[in-house]
Every structure is written in structure tokens, then in C-alpha cells.
Design a protein around this ligand. Structure first.
Ligand SMILES: [Zn+2]
Length: 50
């Protein structure tokens, strides 16, 4: 079971740190390991990169 996925190439919108965000699939949230900020994820944002 995977507990968390690190999200590459993503920057925290709060503290601006790069590659410190990780996804918690159990709760469906993204957290920043630097500032501890978390946010809900929205799988269908209409901005899916292709
Ligand atoms: Zn942060």
C-alpha cells in the first residue's frame, strides 16, 4: 500500500518550495512538507495536461 506520492515539478503556493509536495491518497489531500499546508485535490479540474 502506498502511503504517499511525492509530486515532482510542483511548487507550494504558500511557501513557494519546489518538490516538497506530497499526495496522501488515503485522505485525498496534498500537503507541503515544508510549511505543512494542505489542500484538497480535485481530480477533475478541466486542466488535465495532455
Ligand atoms: Zn509550503
Amino acid at each position: 500500500m502506498t502511503l504517499a506520492h511525492f509530486l515532482d515539478e510542483l511548487r507550494c503556493s504558500v511557501c513557494g518550495v519546489l518538490n516538497m509536495l506530497w499526495l496522501d491518497p488515503m485522505r485525498g489531500v496534498v500537503e507541503c512538507r515544508n510549511c505543512g499546508q494542505s489542500a484538497l485535490t480535485f481530480p477533475e479540474t478541466g486542466e488535465e495536461p495532455r
